[in-house]
Design a protein around this ligand. Structure first.
Ligand SMILES: Nc1ncnc2c1ncn2[C@@H]1O[C@H](COP(=O)(O)OP(=O)(O)O)[C@@H](O)[C@H]1O
Ligand SMILES: [Mg+2]
Length: 319
């Protein structure tokens, strides 16, 4: 099966500083890919490059990029896909809804623009979409202003907007940040269910590996502007090849079983910092001199891929 979204060697610079340093990501049809990594790893910028939503002053280049077989390098292709073929669920739902319009108006507007529906048809479809994101009183929500709704309700509306163009892929960037913990799981489950009901694929960006386990089929772990480890969720959780991914998983697992919050010692590098050949080496419990001196090789085991000199499984072989 060929990938729905395939990007290779994505590089982004903002005001001359390297932000993404060769990101490789693929999303297969129907799957949900989790993109994880600490704050600053480049998760949001990866999504924004695909959607052509990078900040002013950014320079972007790809070695290759395709979506549904279409060349996605031309900026026009990415702009035209946004909303239509790729839906986007933002990080701050309330902030991304317009405060001065009722949410029904905003959703109907999206439907008219994306699907060319007339006023009446758009309203009917908007109410259906609100129902499909499990809003039990869609008429009331339709007439509400964003400030009259809870954060969780606003995020349901944003998911409805993302679905409006009948997209083939929905990218959600930390969709539960800032929501009540009890609501977070509900929204993530909803996201997972909608992906399969609407026959699309998903990319779920989060800094929290704990949330990935329930929802995602595969995981891409990012560090300092690169993807360092990919694999099925089951394999990454069982034993991630890359020491960074491995640490993230064990921290998430210990939190899950009631342990105190922990962090990986050291700090995430900033754009423009001098990096070791493996950017994680200064924080890595398995690092040796080669990690500082030579680019880590791509290794492969049990369906995982990682860039690492000293992966955690002895069966890993260099590609
Ligand atoms: N508007 C911006 N201008 C300059 N640098 C930025 C901007 N937004 C983000 N960055 C930097 O880009 C890097 C990647 O950011 P981001 O993709 O937002 O990380 P993540 O989503 O993984 O937390 C970070 O080092 C961040 O400081
Ligand atoms: Mg982010």
């Amino acid at each position: 099966m060929s990938a729905l979204l395939e990007l290779r060697g994505l590089e982004v610079e903002i005001q001359g500083l390297p932000i993404l340093r060769g990101v490789d990501i693929e999303v297969m049809p129907g799957e949900i890919l989790g993109v994880v990594g600490e704050t600053g790893a480049g998760k949001s910028m990866t999504a924004r490059a695909v959607l052509d939503l990078l900040p002013a002053g950014s320079a972007v280049s790809f070695r290759s990029c395709s979506f549904g077989g279409q060349d996605f390098i031309p900026v026009k292709a990415r702009q035209e896909a946004r909303g239509h073929r790729i839906g986007f669920v933002p990080q701050r739902p309330r902030g991304s809804l317009n405060p001065v319009f009722r949410v029904g108006h905003q959703l109907s507007d999206a439907l008219r623009r994306l699907r060319g529906l007339g006023r009446r048809a758009a309203k009917k479809e908007a109410l259906d979409l609100l129902r499909s994101v499990r809003i039990t009183d869609p008429e009331r929500v339709y007439r509400s202003f964003p400030y009259e709704l809870s954060g969780g309700m606003c995020q349901r509306v944003c998911i409805a907007v993302a679905l409006a163009g009948e997209p083939e892929l929905i990218i959600a960037d930390e969709p539960t940040t800032g929501l009540d913990v009890t609501i977070q799981a509900e929204i993530l489950r909803l996201f997972g269910d909608l992906i399969s009901e609407h026959n699309t694929a998903g990319m779920l960006i989060t800094h929290d590996l704990g949330v990935v386990a329930d929802v995602c089929d595969r995981v891409a772990v990012m560090y300092a502007g690169r993807v360092v480890n990919t694999g099925t969720t089951a394999e990454i959780y069982r034993e991630a090849l890359h020491p960074y991914a491995n640490r993230l998983v064990s921290i998430a697992a210990s939190l899950d079983s009631g342990g105190a919050p922990r962090e990986i010692p050291g700090r995430v590098p900033n754009p423009g910092d001098d990096l070791a050949s493996c950017a994680f080496a200064p924080r890595c419990f398995r690092a040796e001199s080669d990690c500082f001196e030579q680019e880590p090789p791509l290794v492969d085991a049990e369906g995982q891929l990682a860039f690492c000199h000293h992966p955690l499984t002895s069966e890993a072989v260099s590609r």
